[in-house]
Design a protein around this ligand. Structure first.
Ligand SMILES: CC(C)(COP(=O)(O)OP(=O)(O)OC[C@H]1O[C@@H](n2cnc3c(N)ncnc32)[C@H](O)[C@@H]1OP(=O)(O)O)[C@@H](O)C(=O)NCCC(=O)NCCS
Length: 216
């Protein structure tokens, strides 16, 4: 099988939403936040969110890259890196991430707990005018473990290295070993007690930093 990487465009948005949905279906936090939201409502919300991210990509630094299966042209994975960009007063007020609307059925206490901790972690550590943020990495499950996540990571890191930019990520438990292999180090933790929100156990997502290599 062979694959190529290329910039994603706004025409890819429905496919990216589907890939995200498939890739994160087993993610405990996302599952519990949205499990009572009808699929079509979530779909519409995500379409709007991704479309806006593309439309505003000049001002929000969003860079989407897709992986295409060259045998059939199918998009099978993508990344969203937020590269350093000027932060406007409005962006600063709305917080690190504009997450779009909260649809009816959302587990709001869990949403607030998780994204509140994410936002505080990002505000504490990341300077969006200087640093890069790997916001989303998703590969369709049947294409896992073929090195596609690593190719998307390497492409984004090359750009960050060229700009001498630190790169942050909030790692899911599934993504963590992969990121540690690509040079990220643990910096902070986002811990959610799922027992309070209809789930079980405690989920820890790691806020990771990949520092800039010192110049020789
Ligand atoms: C994380 C992810 C993007 C990796 O994509 P990938 O194309 O499989 O990545 P690579 O082939 O380059 O690397 C494989 C490594 O990723 C991890 N991984 C990939 N698929 C996995 C799976 N189904 N279960 C557990 N770990 C998995 C493992 O560490 C694996 O290394 P190993 O095979 O030596 O155990 C992909 O698993 C995914 O989309 N997961 C769901 C969404 C997610 O958690 N994204 C990360 C958000 S921070």
């Amino acid at each position: 099988m062979s694959f190529r990487l290329e910039p994603a465009t706004i025409e890819d948005v429905p496919t990216l939403v589907t890939i995200f949905d498939e890739a994160f279906a087993q993610d405990a936090i996302f599952h519990h936040i949205f499990k009572d939201v009808p699929k079509e409502v979530r779909w519409e919300r995500d379409l709007k969110w991704y479309s806006a991210a593309f439309e505003n990509s000049e001002s929000n630094g969003a860079r989407f890259t897709k992986v295409v299966d060259t045998s059939n042209g199918e998009v099978v994975g993508f990344s969203k890196f937020d590269v350093p960009h000027i932060v406007t007063a409005a962006q600063s007020e709305s917080g690190p991430r504009n997450r779009g609307s909260i649809p009816e059925g959302t587990n709001v206490p869990l949403y607030d707990d998780f994204f509140g901790k994410v936002d505080r972690g990002l505000r504490k550590w990341l300077d969006p005018e200087k640093d890069t943020y790997l916001h989303i990495l998703a590969v369709r499950p049947k294409y896992h473990r073929l090195g596609l996540g690593s190719r998307l990571i390497r492409a984004g890191l090359e750009n960050a290295d060229a700009a001498r930019s630190k790169v942050y990520i909030i790692a899911s438990p599934v993504g963590l070993p992969l990121y540690l292999r690509h040079g990220w180090k643990k910096l902070d933790e986002i811990v959610v007690d799922m027992n309070k929100y209809g789930g079980s156990g405690v989920v820890a997502e790691e806020l990771l930093l990949r520092a800039v290599e010192p110049e020789c």
